[in-house]
Design a binder for this molecule. Structure first.
Ligand code: AHM
Ligand code: MG
Length: 330
């Protein structure tokens, strides 16, 4: 029989739901709607974890529009992700609109709800078919139009500084959900044995500097001279180049280890590639909350005035000292 003196108390497990409930209690006047949105995101993230992990088995990789051996339509994983997040958020009833990188228009939901979501349901699409890390990015805003009316473009096109919450889910060697509501960043790892996200990275801070630079150097000849100069400096300092082409994965690694992520303008893409509403703003919010910086090179990302749903902006983000150094070269 085990002696009670010999029993080691286990560390307290804090689930995402518990953490959010505790946070809600600390916020005077909180209605609980934001917590319910997290419940919906969490459900969709778990469904995505399942789908990503069995993607090869059930033939959901590949081009949308083809058919599988049973003659059924094969859904591309990013279409599945879009459907799963939208279904979950729609069913939850706590958002008045969703804008998604996968869609060309605003999807109007419950007019009586006060929040708007912007999301990239499956980021890193080029990694889907090669079993590499992909993610989901989301951003939540409070509507500016009156509750009870149809959400407007103004509700959906707000500056990043207005974000109420932002986060990402990374489908990697484990699945994690990392989010902020403006009180620091916390990371939760999905424990599949209990089917829940558990707090694994409390009050996540990024180092003020690091040794990693992440950029698609295939575009080198098209970069502005300042970026070329900064990259030369990175090489002279024998820094490590790390770039998988999945923003969530590149960003997550750099957040933990310290580093800089760049997708600057190129001759072919004068505003860069990444989308302000679905990728840059949420990651900028997380980055700043973790102690880092995020800029277009000339302006803080979260202060850019959005003018269209799929607007692109150049981005330089990560460890504060590295971002400052890069910007000093521009
Ligand atoms: P996606 O949303 O279609 O997946 O595109 C965004 C992705 C980012 O995750 C990544 O940082 C970037 O595109 C990679 O682009 P490139 O292949 O040009 O380096
Ligand atoms: Mg994307």
């Amino acid at each position: 029989m085990m002696n009670s003196m010999s029993m080691k108390p286990r560390n307290k497990v804090v689930t995402l739901s518990q953490f959010i409930a505790d946070e809600q209690e600390k916020t005077p006047g909180a209605s609980g709607n934001l917590s319910k949105i997290f419940r919906d995101i969490k459900l969709a993230a778990k469904l995505m974890h399942r789908d990503v992990n069995k993607a090869g088995l059930v033939d959901i990789l590949g081009a949308h529009g083809s058919t599988n051996v049973q003659g059924e339509e094969v859904k591309k994983l990013d279409v599945i992700a879009n459907d799963e997040f939208i279904s979950s958020i729609t069913a939850g009833g706590d958002c008045c609109a969703i804008i998604s990188e996968e869609e060309d228009y605003i999807r109007h939901l419950n007019p009586d709800a006060k929040y708007v979501i912007a999301m990239d349901p499956l980021d890193g699409s080029s990694n889907i078919d090669v079993n590499a890390v992909i993610g989901t990015i989301f951003s939540i805003y409070r509507r500016v139009s009156p509750i009870g009316t149809k959400a407007t473009e103004e509700d959906c096109l707000q500056k990043g500084v207005n974000q109420v919450a932002a986060g990402y889910v990374i489908y990697g060697s484990s699945t994690m959900l990392v989010y902020t509501t403006g009180n620091g960043v916390n990371g939760f790892t999905l424990d599949i044995s209990i089917g829940d996200f558990c707090l694994s990275h409390p009050d996540f801070k990024t180092p003020s500097t690091g040794k990693i630079y992440s950029i698609n150097e295939g575009n080198f000849h098209q970069f502005p001279q300042g970026i070329k100069d900064y990259l030369k400096k990175c090489k002279e300092a024998s820094m490590s180049a790390r770039y998988i082409g999945s923003m969530v994965a590149d960003f997550h690694r750099n957040m933990i280890k310290g580093g800089i992520f760049m997708y600057p303008q190129t001759e072919k893409a004068p505003n860069g590639k990444l989308r302000l509403m679905y990728e840059c703003n949420p990651m900028a919010f997380l980055c700043e909350q973790a102690g880092g910086k995020a800029t277009t090179g000339s302006q803080r990302i979260m202060e850019v005035e959005p003018t269209e749903l799929h607007q692109r902006v150049p981005v330089i983000m990560g460890s504060a000292e590295m971002v400052d150094d890069c910007v000093a070269h521009l």
